[in-house]
Every structure is written in C-alpha cells, then in structure tokens.
Design a protein around this ligand. Structure first.
Ligand SMILES: *[C@@H]1O[C@H](CO)[C@@H](O)[C@H](O)[C@H]1NC(C)=O
Ligand SMILES: *[C@@H]1O[C@H](CO)[C@@H](O)[C@H](O)[C@H]1NC(C)=O
Ligand SMILES: *[C@@H]1O[C@H](CO)[C@@H](O)[C@H](O)[C@H]1NC(C)=O
Ligand SMILES: *[C@@H]1O[C@H](CO)[C@@H](O)[C@H](O)[C@H]1NC(C)=O
Length: 261
C-alpha cells in the first residue's frame, strides 16, 4: 500500500514536472554572413478575444527590454537597440498582432540569448519564450596536423576565432584512437573561441589512413571538417622507385663513360 502511494506521488511529480516546465522552444540559429542579412523574425504567438483588445507588448533579451509596442500606436524602439531591431516590421494585418514580432537586424554574437515576449491585457499576461544562438565562422581557421613518431601518429586539431564555444572530435577511419586530450576552449576579449584537441593512434599497417577533425556547435546541425591522410606506403614506394630510376640512369651514364672498366 505504501509502495503504491509512493509510486502515485512519484508519478504525479514527474507528470507535474512535465506539465509545468516552460515549453522548450527550439533554438533559432543565425549564421553570420558577410554583408547584409535578412532580418531574423521572432514571432510572439498569442490569441486575444475582441473584448480584451487593449494590450502592451514587450520583447526582452536576457531580461532586458529591447522593444515595445502598444496596440494602436507605432512601436517604440528602445534607444540602445534601435540599430538591432527593425521596428517597422509588420507581422500581421490583425490590429491585435500588427507589430508583435521582433525583427532582429545587424546580428552580432551578442544577439545570442533567451528572448521573451510579454503581452499584457487588462485581464491577463501572456509570456512566450524564444531562444537565439548566433554562429560566427566568418573568420575561422580549422587545421589538423599530423606527427609520426615511430608507430604512433599524433594528431593535433586546432580551431581559432569561432563563436560559440566549439567542440572538436578527431576520428581516424578504421583505427582506434588510443589517447585524447582536450583543452578547455579559450575565449578572447571579444567573446570568440580558440580550441585544441590532441589524439594519438597506433598505425602499423601500410595503408593510407584518413584522419578527420570535426568541429560542432551544441545543437547546430552543420559540421565543419578537415581531413589529413597518413601512412601512405605508396609514397615511400614512389620515392624508392625514383631512387631506383636515378641509380639506373647514373649507372647507365657512368657505364657510358667507361668508369667501370
Ligand atoms: C577577420 O580577421 C581579419 C584579421 O584578423 C580582420 O582584419 C577582419 O576584420 C576579420 N573579419 C571579420 C568579419 O571578423
Ligand atoms: C609501437 O612500437 C613499440 C616499439 O617499437 C612497440 O613496443 C609497441 O608494441 C608498438 N605498439 C603498437 C600498438 O603496435
Ligand atoms: C586564438 O588563435 C589565434 C590564431 O592562432 C591567435 O592569434 C589568438 O591570440 C588566439 N586567442 C586566444 C584567446 O588564445
Ligand atoms: C556531424 O557529426 C556528428 C558526430 O560527429 C555526426 O553524428 C553527424 O552525422 C554529422 N552530421 C553531418 C551533417 O555531417
């Protein structure tokens, strides 16, 4: 009986937890580009009855007000953000919603944040959450270096000048990675990151191996990769072959000069 009660309590706590959590909005990613970019529009979804049509609407980023609109008037941009919000953007013909969306322009890495829209009517308050993550890889470098020390191949993957914090993963096709060392990413004064990851693999066969470094950002679907090839016995044979050819030519030439006689 006690067990059943405990189970019911636990189940209802889990259930309540699921119900009461704010809806986990999908993160909107903004990939920064050179030059002008289309505005990023965050919609504030709500429904009002005609009887409660009077309302004010405010958008916040990380709890700081960045935009406000009172129904029936023009939206009032908040001075600090007037270059980052297009307050002439009309989201709807519906007078209850006309200027309800937030149109973000001139995005920078600081446009990243938790956004929320608060709609206030005479009778109720509606809150809508949005999450924005800016990705900046306009000026980044990603490199993978390979050092061969006897039968150990050491790999060093380096990225610089990206936002947000990157994650680096080294993969070697068909070979187990024996050691991995990842340093915490370093952030510069502008908020951009550098990161380095090392890996070591043992490489005994003569095949060419492909090593790959993959950079990812949490939740972002696109990967960035760099590949190097190693252990190519083909190239060693190639050098052998060239040496052989040179020796042959040399022999031929020396023989011609009757050096051997
Ligand atoms: C990229 O880096 C170069 C040199 O560090 C700098 O001059 C340039 O402004 C940067 N571009 C961007 C888009 O950050
Ligand atoms: C690598 O080489 C060393 C010495 O040459 C040897 O002792 C070791 O077993 C080798 N490791 C592997 C994984 O083959
Ligand atoms: C990041 O890497 C770049 C290029 O290697 C370097 O110029 C810069 O100083 C590094 N920044 C930090 C914070 O380590
Ligand atoms: C990105 O990398 C992850 C893990 O490394 C992998 O599961 C995923 O398939 C990759 N996605 C793309 C588009 O390459």
């Amino acid at each position: 009986m006690k067990l059943l009660l405990a189970f019911i309590i636990a189940a209802s706590i889990i259930y309540a937890d699921v119900l009461c959590k704010p809806v986990d909005e999908e993160t909107k990613f903004i990939l920064l580009e050179e030059g002008d970019m289309a505005p990023t529009v965050l919609d504030c979804e709500y429904n009002l009855d005609d009887t409660e049509s009077f309302h004010t609407l405010k958008w916040f980023r990380n709890d700081k007000a960045i935009y406000q609109w009172i129904r029936g008037s023009q939206p009032a941009p908040i001075p600090d953000f007037k270059n980052y919000v297009d307050s002439s953007y009309e989201s709807s013909k519906d007078p209850n919603k006309q200027y309800s969306s937030l149109a973000l322009i001139n995005p920078t890495i600081s446009s990243t944040g938790d956004y929320k829209c608060i709609v206030q009517t005479q009778t109720k308050t509606i809150v809508v959450h949005k999450s924005v993550q800016v990705i900046d890889v306009r000026n980044y470098t990603l490199s993978l270096k390979r050092y061969q020390i006897q039968n150990e191949t050491q790999l060093e993957c380096k990225v610089s000048n990206v936002f947000p914090k990157p994650k680096l993963t080294i993969e070697s096709e068909g070979i187990d990675i024996t050691k991995v060392l990842t340093n915490p990413p370093k952030e510069d004064e502008d908020g951009y990151f550098n990161a380095t990851t090392f890996a070591a693999v043992y490489d005994n066969d003569d095949d060419t191996d492909y090593h790959k470094c993959i950079m990812t950002f949490d939740g972002y679907p696109q990967n960035f990769t760099v590949v190097v090839a190693s252990g190519s016995s083909a190239c060693e044979r190639c050098i052998d072959f060239r040496l052989l050819l040179i020796s042959c030519l040399l022999y031929f030439w020396l023989e011609r000069l009757h050096v051997f006689i």
